[in-house]
Design a binder for this molecule. Structure first.
Ligand SMILES: Nc1ncnc2c1ncn2[C@@H]1O[C@H](COP(=O)(O)OP(=O)(O)OP(=O)(O)O)[C@@H](O)[C@H]1O
Ligand SMILES: [Mg+2]
Length: 484
């Protein structure tokens, strides 16, 4: 009170000094939510929306999406991958001195020679040409350098699921960047999109008409196979078999190879997703009710193994939706390596903690359900196992989040990879055709920005590759020991 009075006095003092008309308080603009005139608000308002209104909004979005997606496509309307320059190749992909690289090309006219935009300008190569060059260097070059990434013979591809039920934490970006860096490194990569939002599918230019172009028929086939073997037992007991419906009969004809699509990356293939895949979340529980002993969690692994997919690739990345539904459970159960992206914020840390809690209760209840029967029949008990589980810090801003990240690191210990994937403007801004740092042409950016952005994703990949190589080595040694 006294203070307010004092201020008034001071103001009066100013008035006297100026000797003009009484001064008004300086005009502070009102917050935008004050003084909204009801009639003006009404005048701006459109009619109430009906269900059909959603269809209209969806149509507009679809048109805009088509427009955006059509920009920069090649003549056949497909995505195309940019070329790679000598600078980039010798710095990131085949690390040799540029002069040596040029000498080797000159001495081997059969090797791809690259194209240049100007007479005598920098030479650019397509990725499949880079892969051929790498094979040449691997065969002829220094044995001390690893031109081709480590992959022990005879072991199946490693499956990697990227999951967190929190949305927008960087699952798809992490999975897509890892897939691309593994491909640049020379691995044969398969990407499986389990998210009906289909972001991963659109990053890799996939075109999926309906659920029959997704993993759905593979899961259906696994269930149909289960039903058939149950039916054989029923018939042997003298009971009538349960008929397979049209969906299940159709699914029995489909092989993973029918669904695997090529992408604009020569060594990345895709099983895409589409909105209808969400239907699986309703269908799977119906099958589970009908066939109580169906091992849903084995479906993806069994089918991929049966169809030879695990031998045809080195690494399989599975992108999952922001939910712990049946599809995610399937992806998680199939995975050898589980990556859980999260940002350095309280809400993401909190939510991720609860995600691990839900993983525990979900898989524990599956194990318990199975093992009651297994114990009764004297069969081996079910116990899920993952080669490695890592939380990956994404969209990290060192200036703001250092303390939070350190705290999370301290609590999560080795579960959290120490490498932090920085927030970078190079992601997300590039638009529909170019997704992330590996597809961007470095000439579009300041070179230092590019190098920094690329380094952060290279570091994420390096950390992932250490896990992969270590796990494969562990298995290779175990296999050798078992063979002795
Ligand atoms: N390192 C990064 N730097 C800057 N932006 C990023 C980075 N990683 C991801 N983003 C952006 O954050 C947003 C969410 O990323 P993303 O789509 O990968 O998350 P998600 O977990 O897959 O989301 P959803 O739960 O919807 O599937 C995107 O707009 C993406 O471009
Ligand atoms: Mg996603």
């Amino acid at each position: 009170m006294a203070e307010a009075k004092g201020r008034k006095t001071a103001a009066r003092g100013r008035v006297e000094l100026r000797k003009g008309p009484p001064a008004r308080e300086p005009q502070v603009p009102l917050p935008p939510y004050f003084n909204i005139a009801p009639d003006a608000a009404l005048a701006e308002l459109e009619a109430p929306l009906t269900t059909a209104g959603f269809a209209e909004i969806a149509r507009s979005c679809a048109q805009g999406r088509e427009d955006l997606a059509a920009r920069g496509l090649d003549e056949e309307g497909r995505k195309s991958l940019r070329l790679f320059s000598t600078w980039e190749i010798t710095r990131y992909l085949i690390p040799v001195a540029t002069a040596h690289f040029r000498r080797v090309l000159k001495a081997n006219p059969d090797l791809p020679q690259g194209i240049s935009e100007t007479e005598g300008g920098a030479k650019w190569f397509a990725l499949d040409e880079v892969l051929r060059l790498r094979a040449h260097f691997a065969a002829e070059g220094s044995k001390a350098k690893e031109y081709r990434p480590y992959r022990p013979a005879g072991l199946p591809a490693k499956m990697v699921a990227v999951a967190n039920f929190k949305g927008g934490v960087g699952k798809t970006s992490t999975a897509a960047h890892l897939a691309m860096s593994a491909a640049l490194d020379g691995y044969r990569v398969l990407v499986i999109d389990l998210d009906s939002q289909g972001s991963m599918t659109s990053i890799f230019g996939g075109r999926v008409a309906d659920e029959w172009g997704t993993v759905f028929p593979l899961l259906a086939r696994h269930y149909a196979g289960h039903l058939q073997s149950e039916n054989r037992l029923r018939v042997a007991r003298g009971d009538p078999p349960v008929p397979l419906d049209e969906t299940l009969n159709e699914a029995l004809k489909i092989r993973a190879g029918d669904l695997i699509a090529k992408t604009h990356w020569p060594n990345i293939d895709l099983i895409g997703a589409q909105l209808n895949l969400y239907w699986a979340e309703f269908q799977i529980p119906v099958w589970r009710m009908q066939g109580r002993s169906w091992k849903l969690w084995d479906a993806l692994t069994d089918v991929l193994a049966e169809d030879g997919v695990l031998d045809g690739y080195d690494v399989i990345f599975i992108d999952t939706p922001p939910a712990l539904g049946y599809l995610t459970i399937n992806g998680l159960a199939a995975a050898d390596i589980l990556l859980v992206p999260l940002g350095a914020s309280f809400l993401e840390f909190d939510s991720t903690g609860r995600f691990f809690d839900m993983l525990h209760s979900t898989f524990r209840s599956i194990e318990e359900g199975e093992n009651i029967a297994a114990r009764a029949l004297g069969r081996e008990e079910l116990s899920f196992e993952w080669d490695a589980v890592r939380a990956v810090l994404t969209r990290y801003d060192g200036a703001q989040q250092g303390e939070m990240a350190a705290l999370m690191q301290a609590y999560m210990g080795r579960t959290m990879a120490p490498e932090r994937q920085d927030f970078t403007a190079l992601i997300g801004q590039a638009g529909e055709q170019v997704n992330g740092i590996y597809e961007a042409d470095y000439r579009d950016f300041n070179r230092d920005t590019y190098i920094r952005g690329r380094e952060t994703f290279d570091a994420t990949y390096a950390a992932f590759k250490r896990l992969l190589v270590g796990i494969w080595r562990r298995e290779e040694l175990a296999a050798a020991e078992a063979a002795e």
